[in-house]
Design a protein around this ligand. Structure first.
Ligand code: AHG
Ligand code: MN
Ligand code: MN
Length: 338
C-alpha cells in the first residue's frame, strides 16, 4: 500500500533537514504539485473534461495552442501566485513574464512548460509538464525578464511530471534524481524510484527521423552508424523510439538509458533550434546530469549557456554519457574539418 512509502513532502523535509535548509522549497513544490495533479486529472478525463482540441490561438512562438496548453498554463499561474514563495513566473505559453502581486512576493522564480507534447493530447498519448526553479537575484523585489536569464547551472530545482499510464514526478534539487508515483485515490506522490541513474552506454536512440535530410553532418554520421547495426562501425544493433513528447522520451531514457536528440537543422536554424532553453532544455539537462547522463547542444554544455532571451531555442542532445560524448566528438571532428 502506498501509505507505507515516503511521500514527496516527507522526502523534501528530510532533504532539507540534511542540508539545514528552510523548507520554502517544500511549500513551493506543494503548489507546483497542486497544478500538476489537476492537469493529470484533466488529462485523465480528456474529452469528458473538455480538454481536447484546439484553443484557436497562437502563443508568442507562433505555435497553435491546444485547449490543454491554455488550461494547464492558467492552472500553473493560479496555483503558484498566492503561496508567498515566488517573485515571478515565466511560461512557454506567455509572451512576457508573469508578475506576482507585491503582497505575495517571495524569493524564487518559477519557469515552466505547462503542457509538453501538445501534439499528443488529442491522440491519447503521454504528455507532461516541465518546471525549473531559480533564485530571484539579490536585492530585486520586482523581477523583470532579464532577472530570469540565468544559466541552467543556477537552477535550485528542476522536475517534470509525465501523464502516462501512471502519473509520475521526477525531480532533482541538485543531489541526485528521484521518481515519485501519484496515487490517484490518496492524492499524493509517493517515492517509488529512488536514486535514478542512467546507464552510460545504450543501444537506443530517439530522434524525429523525418528531419534526416536537414541535419548537420555529425548527427547524420551518428545515426547512420547506429542504423548499420552489427555490420557497421558500432558492431551492434540499435533500437529507435520517438514519442514526440520530450517528457516521455526523457522518462524512458531516465528509466533504461538511451539518447535523445532534437538537433539544429536547416529548417530551424534561424530560430536556434526547436526546444526551449528555459522551459525544456535546462530543466531536463539538470535532471539528466544529476542522473549521471550528459547534455549538450553538440558543441556546448547546455547548462552553461548564458540565456539571451526568455523564449530562446537550442539544439538538444542528451542521455547516456558515452553516447553523448561520442556525438559531441563527431561535432568537434566535423568543425575541425570545416
Ligand atoms: P510542446 O508540446 O511543449 O510545444 O513541446 C513539443 C516538443 C517536445 O516535447 C518534443 O520532443 C518535440 O516538440 C516534438 O517535435 P516534432 O513534432 O517535431 O517531432
Ligand atoms: Mn514542450
Ligand atoms: Mn508546451
Amino acid at each position: 500500500m502506498s501509505g507505507y512509502r515516503k511521500t514527496l513532502t516527507h522526502f523534501l523535509i528530510e532533504e532539507q533537514r540534511l542540508r539545514q535548509g528552510e523548507g520554502v522549497l517544500t511549500l513551493l513544490l506543494a503548489d507546483v504539485m497542486t497544478a500538476c495533479k489537476t492537469i493529470s486529472d484533466l488529462v485523465d478525463h480528456g474529452e469528458l473534461a473538455g480538454a481536447l482540441g484546439t484553443h484557436g490561438t497562437e502563443n508568442v512562438q507562433g505555435e497553435e495552442q491546444k485547449k490543454l496548453d491554455v488550461q494547464s498554463n492558467e492552472l500553473f499561474k493560479f496555483c503558484n501566485t498566492i503561496g508567498g514563495h515566488l517573485a515571478g513566473m515565466a511560461s512557454e505559453e506567455e509572451d512576457d513574464i508573469v508578475t506576482v502581486p507585491a503582497e505575495y512576493r517571495g524569493r524564487y522564480l518559477l519557469l515552466f512548460d505547462p503542457l509538453d507534447g501538445s501534439s499528443n493530447i488529442d491522440v491519447n498519448v503521454s504528455v507532461g509538464s516541465i518546471f525549473s526553479i531559480l533564485r530571484c537575484p539579490e536585492g530585486i523585489d520586482t523581477p523583470c525578464a532579464e532577472d530570469f536569464l540565468q544559466p541552467g547551472t543556477e537552477q535550485v530545482c528542476a522536475g517534470y511530471t509525465v501523464y502516462g499510464p501512471s502519473t509520475m514526478l521526477v525531480i532533482t534539487t541538485g543531489d541526485g534524481v528521484n521518481g515519485f508515483t501519484m496515487d490517484r485515490n490518496v492524492g499524493e506522490f509517493f517515492l517509488t524510484h529512488p536514486d535514478l541513474t542512467i546507464p552510460e552506454e545504450t543501444k537506443e536512440f530517439a530522434i524525429n527521423m523525418s528531419n534526416q535530410r536537414h541535419w548537420e553532418k555529425p548527427v547524420q554520421r551518428y545515426i547512420d552508424e547506429c542504423l548499420q547495426g552489427t555490420e557497421g562501425p558500432r558492431g551492434r544493433d540499435f533500437n529507435m523510439r520517438w514519442v514526440a513528447s520530450m517528457v516521455a522520451d526523457v522518462h524512458r531514457i531516465i528509466s533504461r538509458g538511451g539518447v535523445f536528440m532534437y538537433p539544429i537543422d536547416d529548417r530551424i536554424r534561424e530560430k536556434g533550434g526547436k526546444l526551449r532553453l528555459m522551459y525544456e532544455a535546462n530543466p531536463m539537462s539538470f535532471i539528466i546530469e544529476q542522473a549521471g547522463g550528459m547534455s549538450s547542444t553538440g558543441r556546448e554544455r547546455i547548462m552553461e549557456l548564458q540565456p539571451k532571451e526568455l523564449h530562446q531555442r537550442v539544439p538538444v542532445i542528451l542521455g547516456s554519457k558515452k553516447e553523448v560524448e561520442r556525438i559531441v566528438s563527431y561535432h568537434e571532428e566535423a568543425d575541425q574539418e570545416a
